[in-house]
Ligand binder design. Structure first.
Ligand code: IMP
Ligand code: MG
Length: 179
C-alpha cells in the first residue's frame, strides 16, 4: 500500500483516485436526476471542497450556478469566543434550492452553521453533498442528513483530494488516512 509523509505524520492510501472519481460520477447522476425539473445553486465550501466541487460540477448537466463561500474564524468578544462567519455569499438566495458541497462532514458544526445561515437568508430546500462522512463523529444526526455522500469513513484523520494537514496534502489525488 502506498505510504506518504506530510510534515511529521505518515499516511496510507485509503481510497484510490479512480475510486474517488467514479463515486463522484455516481453522485452527479443522483443530483442530475433529483434536479432535472428545477434549478439549483451549488455552494462549495472553501478551501477543502474545491477539488470535489470541480470534479462534481463538471458532471452536472442541469440548469445551475455555482458559488464558493468560506468560513472565516475570528476572535469575538470574551463572551462569544471564536466567531465563524460565512463570507462570499453576496447574492439573494431567497427561495432558491441550494446544494452545499463539503469535503468532509466530521462533527457537523460547519454544516450546521452553514445551514443555519442559509435558513436565515430564506433559502429554499437545502441539500448536502459531501465527499466524506464520519458518522461516528457527526453530532447532528437528528437534524441534518447528508443527502449525497461519497464515502462513509471511520473517525480517522484523512488528507488528499482537497483535504489538508496544516495546509499540506490538498493536491494528493487520492484519500490518505493517518497511520
Ligand atoms: P466539522 O465542522 O467538524 O464537520 O468539520 C468540517 C471541517 O473540518 C472540514 O471542512 C475540514 O476542513 C475539517 N476536517 C474535518 N475532518 C478532517 C480530516 O480528517 N482531514 C482534514 N480536514 C478535516
Ligand atoms: Mg480544513
Amino acid at each position: 500500500m502506498k505510504e506518504i509523509k506530510i510534515l511529521d505524520k505518515n499516511f496510507r492510501e485509503m481510497i484510490p483516485e479512480s475510486v474517488v472519481t467514479k463515486r463522484i460520477g455516481e453522485l452527479a447522476v443522483m443530483i442530475n436526476n433529483d434536479y432535472s425539473e428545477k434549478e439549483a445553486i451549488f455552494l462549495g465550501i472553501l478551501d477543502g471542497a474545491f477539488l470535489f466541487a470541480a470534479e462534481l460540477y463538471k458532471r452536472i448537466d442541469i440548469l445551475s450556478r455555482i458559488s464558493f463561500v468560506k468560513l472565516a474564524s475570528y476572535q469575538g468578544t470574551r463572551t462569544t469566543g471564536t466567531v465563524r462567519e460565512l463570507i462570499g455569499l453576496n447574492e439573494d438566495i431567497t427561495g432558491k434550492e441550494i446544494v452545499v458541497i463539503e469535503d468532509v462532514a466530521d462533527t457537523g458544526h460547519t454544516l450546521n452553521m452553514i445551514i443555519g445561515e442559509l435558513r436565515k437568508r430564506k433559502a429554499g430546500k437545502v441539500r448536502i453533498a459531501t465527499l466524506l462522512y464520519k458518522p461516528d463523529s457527526f453530532q447532528y444526526k437528528d437534524t441534518i442528513k447528508p443527502d449525497y455522500v461519497g464515502f462513509e469513513i471511520d473517525n480517522n484523520f484523512v488528507v488528499g483530494y482537497g483535504l489538508d494537514y496544516n495546509g499540506y496534502g490538498r493536491n494528493l489525488p487520492a484519500i490518505y488516512t493517518l497511520i
